[in-house]
Write a protein that binds this ligand. Structure first.
Ligand SMILES: C[S@@+](CC[C@H](N)C(=O)[O-])C[C@H]1O[C@@H](n2cnc3c(N)ncnc32)[C@H](O)[C@@H]1O
Length: 384
């Protein structure tokens, strides 16, 4: 089948899936009640300790250096997570105020605790990048008024380490992977994806979001298994993927540190990106950062895989990514003319000045101390 035909099928299947997803979301709203909107669960205050950082902040030194926050400035941490970066800023910059956003209610309960420890200096915001504009306007924060923005993409160690969140390949748990499933309990999770989508759509997701070369083989194994039993657990999925390869190659892949990686790593990455709509969210986050930063304000973006980094790089170069469905995340794919056009510069406006010539990666010692940050890439820019 030609690349072009595959792309069309991929889009068709994704369109069906998106329709299904928005149907589920509507169903959720109608059961929760129109006036209540997204379910903002009251946090169980005190359930998360702020004593030990649950997430070691990646490239902290570099972030502090590039953001160059001055006393009294207003900072937006778009990915509060375990609060590692926010806490360091609070401690290092007197009187800086931090707007702490996260889509995960567990992270926001941590931010609320931190806000109590630092009165008037931390403002927790529960929501997604795509909801930021509304959240800020509800707080009367004007566009072009923020001094520094940090976006540390992906999921946190807190999310990865809790088996019941279903992100981890090595710990058995329900196949969930939603960052804000607690907030939107009816949103489809990873188990819904693997048990519902057809083989072609599954293969397309693994190719597009996992850059998985064996996508078709894995999708076929998933479909064969679910005919007998639904796929509900992380380890079950890992074994299905492993079972579609000869035993000798299950740990034969290497990560960037040349450590052995499980063959299902890319499958897990692809499903997580798809379930959380991460690339569209990342684009929404970058647009929001562009709108809220004042001229001369600084932005640091940390990403953990090439699909994200490529999107960030192109966005900061001023390429028009408004039609993300036509944008090729993977460089391996041949773009059609239409698709190439989708990535061309828009009106020539230049919004960003880079603070460094090349993308910044963690130092070897930092990687030894925090191996999870090994694939991190940092881009730092100034808003024009
Ligand atoms: C890598 S962690 C951030 C860790 C944090 N910088 C620290 O030092 O503890 C990424 C966080 O971003 C959140 N996140 C990811 N996508 C998001 C989105 N679209 N909107 C809001 N938060 C998001 C995740 O829930 C997660 O908590």
């Amino acid at each position: 089948m030609s690349v072009r035909c595959n792309q069309m099928l991929w889009r068709t299947n994704l369109a069906v899936w998106r329709a299904w997803r928005s149907w589920k979301l509507n169903m959720h709203y109608s059961t929760v009640g129109a006036s209540s909107g997204p379910l903002d669960r009251p946090d169980e205050e005190g359930s998360v300790s702020t004593e030990k950082p649950p997430h070691t902040p990646v490239m902290l030194k570099e972030v502090l250096h590039f953001l160059d926050i001055k006393p009294g400035q207003v900072v937006l941490d778009m990915t509060f997570g375990g609060g590692g970066h926010t806490k360091a800023i609070l401690n290092m910059v007197p009187e800086a105020t931090i707007l702490a956003l996260d889509r995960d209610p567990t992270a926001i309960s941590l931010a609320r605790q931190l806000a109590k420890e630092h009165p008037n200096r931390v403002k927790p915001l529960l929501g997604r990048f795509s909801e930021l504009e509304v959240l800020l306007s509800d707080m009367n924060i004007k566009p072009s008024s923020i001094d520094a923005v940090l976006l540390d993409a992906g999921c946190s160690s807190m999310q990865m380490d809790q088996a019941e969140r279903g992100f981890s390949l090595s710990k058995d748990g329900p196949l969930d992977m939603r960052m804000d499933g607690e907030r939107y309990p009816d949103m489809p999770c990873a188990a819904d994806v693997v048990n519902t989508l057809d083989q072609q759509a599954l293969a397309s997701i693994l190719t597009a979001y996992g850059e998985e070369r064996h996508a078709r083989k894995i999708a076929s194994a998933i479909v064969d298994t679910r005919r007998v039993n639904p796929i509900t657990r992380t380890q079950q999925l890992a074994s299905i993927v492993a079972g579609s390869f000869p035993a000798a190659v299950v740990y034969s892949r290497r990560d960037r540190l040349h450590r052995r990686a499980h063959v299902a790593t890319k499958t897990f990455q692809a499903l997580r990106i798809f379930v959380n709509d991460e690339l569209k969210e990342l684009h929404a986050g970058l647009c929001a950062a562009q709108a809220v930063l004042r001229s001369g304000g600084r932005l640091c973006v940390i990403t953990f895989h090439s699909l994200e980094d490529r999107l960030v790089k192109h966005f900061l170069q001023g390429k028009d990514l408004s039609n993300l469905d036509q944008y090729h995340f993977s460089p391996r794919k041949q773009g059609t003319r239409k698709e190439k056009l989708a990535g061309e510069k828009n009106d020539g406006s230049v919004y960003w000045l880079p603070l460094q010539r090349k993308v910044v990666t963690p130092e070897t010692d930092d990687v030894k101390e925090n191996p999870r940050g090994r694939s991190a890439k940092l881009r730092a820019v100034v808003r024009q």
